[in-house]
Design a protein around this ligand. Sequence first.
Ligand code: ACO
Ligand SMILES: O=CC(=O)O
Ligand code: MG
Length: 528
Amino acid sequence: MSNQLPEGIQITAPVADAVASRVLTPEALALVAQLHRKYEGRRQELLAARAERTKRLDAGERPDFLEETADVRAGDWTIAPLPADLQCRRVEITGPVERKMVINALNSGADSYMTDFEDSNTPNWDNQMQGQINLQDAIRRTISLEQNGKTYKLNDKVATLLVRPRGWHLDEKHVLIDGKRVSGGIFDFALYMFHNAKELIARGSGPYFYLPKMESHLEARLWNDIFKDTQDALGIPQGTIKATVLVETIMAAFEMDEILYELREHSAGLNAGRWDYIFSCIKKFKTDRDFCLADRAKVTMTAPFMRAYALLLLKTCHQRNAPAIGGMSALIPIKSDPEKNEVAMNGIRMDKRRDATDGYDGGWVAHPGLVQTAMEEFVAVLGDRPNQIDKKRPDVQVSAADLLNFEPQAPITEAGLRMNINVGIHYLGSWLDGNGCVPIHNLMEDAATAEISRSQVWQWIRSPKGKLEDGRKVTAELVRELIPQELAKVKADVGASPAYDKAAKIFEQMSTQEAFEEFLTLPLYEEI
Ligand SMILES: CC(=O)SCCNC(=O)CCNC(=O)[C@H](O)C(C)(C)COP(=O)(O)OP(=O)(O)OC[C@H]1O[C@@H](n2cnc3c(N)ncnc32)[C@H](O)[C@@H]1OP(=O)(O)O
Ligand SMILES: O=CC(=O)O
Ligand SMILES: [Mg+2]
């Protein structure tokens, strides 16, 4: 299709006719190119600033609330009023932009649905392009599917749609502008906006987003500037776009007010992205000899640093009239075992009860089978109110020390180490095979949860505190010894796809090499 492309744009992947005529139209690509040419320099500067910060943290610096933005934190401002269909978000289901799941999620009975080009999605070319088509069809209510003798189509009443584009660190390697890869986030966002914003507005909704993995308010400012230019380019009113920011890095936890402030005309609140948050803590303090978290299963929302983060997010949001949305428990229904299923459902209940009682306005679920349970817990607290933004929490006082109070540090067990290796290999293999979200040992695993597994193994090898309960030090040799054993178990569980052998090699390299990979998806993306 190169003849029809706007000047300077090159597409290095095959483009199916439907994709050319419905997604990669010259006008839509012109918007991608406009945003890229204006903002790519800033994206690269912000990524470089992350790397600089990491060097300082590696050298012992600790984050604190920013002096230069004290007036923003002290100021008496609120975000712009929310549109009607973002007032009530008691239960938000999430999932990859796969066609059947899009239909099932919209029909699930949840108030809202975050469809995902990010943590739960392998960003291969087909998934990205088919995902855009699925969303166009869903918004126009023409989406349907015949599968296994079942017909899938939308119910009359569906959840409000929100879209999570890729984070700032990811490129779309198949689209080059003036010879350079375009940002994955800008690409996902601009194509979705170009094809759907006006249609959504005409249908009484709007273009709503979730913004992942940001590390500073300056990164939020970049999104906000992109929103303003895009609204102008498409001729839609300023403030139409609404975005919920995932606070899922330790750095962003120190800039929650500032992030809301940057996006105040476009904000739809904050979400506590717990899994990437834990990963971010490991990544940012990986060289600290006093920092070493316990087995992944022991690091829960009741750990002191997680509790501090969750409460600060809630307080910050409600002070600014912004919704506070809780994150996701990794528990999912267990069809094969009613007793284990009851334990899992009770875990979901407790998770949502804690969030609702604290004052959260809603929370995420991974699976349609969890919507009702989660809804019951929010309705028990909210009654017939759409949200509880009026529940301010002046009683909550969270200091920098509270956010950095990293317990529990024990136990680290052989079972925990094996589990991290097993989950890492299984997840990486599935991701390479095109599936970015999988059930493993009855838990939802996606890029964020798998990041915790692989980064713990890297850190336990290097930290003096990386010792098993029985006194053995976690070493590269021990990890190399366990990898083939866990690979064999993965293959016995899910089959012998060559992707798992490749995953085991990549996992070994990532966890034993000296350099820490910033994101596991960066080397993986070069493999697909
Ligand atoms: C850290 C974070 O970023 S959290 C956000 C990212 N993670 C997610 O969004 C989790 C998404 N969830 C999922 O992908 C899946 O639920 C999994 C992988 C966890 C479990 O998958 P499975 O075990 O295959 O689910 P299961 O077989 O029970 O599915 C039953 C039905 O529910 C559907 N379903 C399951 N999860 C979802 C979902 N999230 N959205 C829509 N439909 C879903 C399936 O498509 C299936 O439909 P069918 O009966 O019509 O065939
Ligand atoms: O995106 C959510 C998370 O927990 O990570
Ligand atoms: Mg995340």
